[in-house]
Design a protein around this ligand. Structure first.
Ligand code: URA
Length: 230
């Protein structure tokens, strides 16, 4: 929310008073004087007026989790365990998933309470590559590579997938980098060849790679470098 609107929403302040307080340099955002009415106030921002704290600011949280198979990428599920069940309740509070994985897909899952940051990770417009290790039922042909680059038409969404890099690692094993995260995207791409994906593992999202020291089900905080890389 804009800083002038944030101030004008206070019970004791109107828009004119808000502008005056800003011009008088009485407002501080994260410890710095803020006089621009258009400055963005986020849930994590600390806002002070003179010596009064108007908003303390939520601590932002960023986690990576090694998703095991057999759990749902959701905050609640009536039938199955969810990825949130792998975290202590106090830590899971307020977190959302940045890029869901299917029930049996394993690998890198990122959880945060910072919606602005997670949008950069998941929006197709950012073109952030997500790397998957894919094992298929049938052989992967060399001709797949060019076709994955050209894109597949997804009739349901009426769109053509963005160019995807397919690297064949073995007769039924490949590494795939896609910049979108459409519903069941990887399985549907291989589905154009009637080639069933039997194992799917996300290794990396942009500069953030799954930590090799994390066994399935384990999690850790992202480092400052990982957070800044998004
Ligand atoms: N694509 C899929 O088909 N499934 C996933 O879990 C992730 C990407």
């Amino acid at each position: 929310m804009r800083l002038d609107r944030f101030l004008a929403n206070l019970p004791t302040c109107n828009r004119q008073q808000a502008r005056l307080m800003l011009a008088q340099r009485r407002v501080r955002l994260d410890g710095q004087v803020a006089s621009d009415p258009l400055t963005e106030v986020r849930a994590f921002s600390r806002v002070e007026l003179d010596d009064e704290v108007l908003q303390a600011g939520l601590p932002p949280r960023y986690l990576m989790l090694h998703k095991p198979p057999g759990c749902v990428s959701a905050t609640h599920d009536p039938q199955h365990p969810t990825v949130m069940d792998l975290l202590p309740d106090a830590l899971a509070q307020g977190l959302h998933i940045a890029g869901r994985l299917d029930f049996n897909t394993t690998g890198l899952m990122i959880l945060t309470n910072d919606g602005q940051w997670s949008r950069r990770l998941t929006q197709p417009a950012t073109k952030l590559p997500k790397h998957y290790l894919v094992e298929t039922q049938d052989e992967i042909g060399e001709h797949y590579v060019a076709r994955f680059q050209e894109g597949f038409h997804f009739a349901f969404e009426n769109l053509t997938t963005q160019p995807a890099d397919l690297q064949i690692l073995g007769p039924r094993l490949a590494r795939l980098a896609i910049v979108e995260g459409r519903y069941h995207q990887v399985k549907r791409m291989f589905g154009f060849y009637d080639n069933k994906v039997v194992k799917l593992h996300r290794e990396r999202m942009g500069a953030i790679a799954l930590d090799m020291n994390l066994p399935p089900g384990a999690y850790r905080e992202l480092t400052l470098e990982e957070i800044a890389a998004v």
